[in-house]
Design a protein around this ligand. Structure first.
Ligand code: IMP
Length: 427
């Protein structure tokens, strides 16, 4: 049963696009199961660089069917522009399948995302402003609009009315904004129906059949473990479940069918937006990581906060996702440091703590306890096997593996597609 989940083990931006793309050639389906166009994958193919926000990165691998599962929130305008952008560059996008049960992000969700962040003031989450939270809120409130509703005008109108009744009161009376006309929303959404109809499918059935027939299905998580609405640093999280369980609810594939769960782990740590981050570096080392690592958000262009590797977080990711493997990315970014600190535990109120504290207050007070490992100065981007790495780079990887609780099965040593060391096969 070759069904794999690939997800971020930290706060997102671990370099999942590269990992997915590496597997792409042998994978039949690449499936997104949560999030929306708040995600950002950069995939380098040859001399071409692709930034994908909503589409699964498998769209770049010929022979692979990309799927947007029911757990995703879809902004149809963004989806169509991403599709046409790829088509212009000669990428075949005709195989894409979209779940009819996926919820839509409409312009009122984006508006509400922005105004509610402004309303929160200094308590703001630092969202991507793409309407993700408000769209998921509507889903849970049972006033969401789904992809399938685009094909029934009368249902679409009823749902738009139900959604806007309350929101227009909030927009006008609380946020001092103009109310949004139902007609305008319905007209805009209907305009997408013809362009999307060819992609809509019963993706649950397609995926279960594919797994039963022994095809390789890859579930690709957006964001990361610590941004999970249940298991992350709530409230500074996204509004979905990037953790492994989300792959089941977000696609309609049962947990017994998942064979492997791979955590993408950056060799240091980054985070975008607000919220606690114990190993954050506000000094020149942080600036150096940001510059060398190219740590600017693919989606928002915001600078990412940077810090040393945090093994407490990696262990937590192993636990809540049931990780079977890690894919360690961006090891090359650490080349040139004489010594590299790694956080092995936290100190909280004078006590050493080995596991991520469940209490938000404790986590906000956690200070890292570091072990310092010797660095390396040799260029590692040409390394093809583990033995090609300088001894200290090998020791760094081995130390991280021991602390993190799952084998490191692949290592990224540069941004290019082939700049990867594969230690264990994922299939
Ligand atoms: P939202 O997902 O736009 O609601 O934003 C919620 C939080 O998740 C914010 O801190 C964002 O910066 C963060 N976030 C959302 N998507 C990503 C991502 O793909 N990478 C890193 N952070 C993200």
């Amino acid at each position: 049963m070759p069904a794999l989940v690939l997800l971020g083990a930290q706060w997102g931006d671990e370099g999942k696009g590269k990992a997915t793309d590496l597997l792409g050639g042998s994978v039949d389906y690449v499936v997104r199961y949560q999030g929306g166009n708040n995600a950002g994958h950069t995939v380098v193919v040859g001399d071409q660089k692709y930034a994908l926000h909503l589409l699964p990165s498998g769209i770049l691998s010929p022979g692979c069917t990309p799927v947007i599962g029911n757990g995703v929130v879809v902004d149809p305008a963004v989806l169509l522009s991403e599709l046409s952008g790829l088509a212009e560059r000669g990428v075949d996008t005709s195989k894409l399948l979209i779940s009819g049960n996926a919820h839509l992000i409409t312009p009122y969700h984006t508006t509400l995302d922005k105004v509610s962040e402004r309303f929160l003031g200094k308590r703001k989450i630092g969202t991507t402003g793409r309407g993700i939270g408000p769209a998921y809120a509507d889903k849970i409130n049972r006033v969401g609009i789904r992809v399938q509703d685009l094909f029934d005008e009368s249902i679409l109108r009823q749902k738009a009315e139900a959604a806007l009744d309350f929101k227009n009161q909030v927009l006008a009376k609380l946020y001092n904004r103009r109310a949004i006309a139902v007609d305008q929303v319905v007209e805009e959404l209907l305009g997408y129906a013809d362009q999307l109809s060819g992609y809509v499918a019963d993706t649950t059935l397609v995926l279960n059949n594919a797994i039963d027939q022994g095809q390789v299905v890859l579930f690709e998580g957006g964001q990361g473990t610590l941004l999970d609405v249940d298991h992350g640093t709530y409230p500074f999280v996204t509004s979905s479940n990037p953790t492994a369980g989300g792959a089941c609810t977000g696609t309609g594939v049962g947990p017994t069918k998942i064979s492997r769960v791979i955590g993408i782990l950056k060799a240091y740590t980054t985070r975008v937006g607000a919220g606690p981050f114990p190993t954050e570096l506000l000094d020149e080392d942080g600036e150096k990581l940001r510059t060398i690592g190219g740590e600017r958000g693919v989606t928002t262009g915001r600078d990412r906060r940077c810090g040393w590797f945090d093994a407490v977080i990696a262990r937590y990711a192993t636990r809540v996702n049931g990780l079977t493997d890690f894919f360690l990315t961006k090891l090359d970014v650490l080349t040139g440091w004489e010594r590299i600190p790694v956080c092995v535990a936290y100190e909280i109120d004078g006590k050493r703590v080995e596991e991520l504290p469940y209490s938000q207050t404790d986590f906000h007070h956690a200070t890292p306890i570091y072990e310092t490992l010797p660095g390396w100065s040799e260029d590692i981007t040409q390394a093809k096997t583990f033995d090609d790495l300088p001894k200290n780079a090998q020791k760094y990887v081995q130390a991280l593996e021991e602390m993190s609780g799952a084998p490191i099965s692949a290592i990224g040593v540069g941004p290019g597609r082939d700049e990867t060391i594969q230690i264990n096969s994922f299939l």
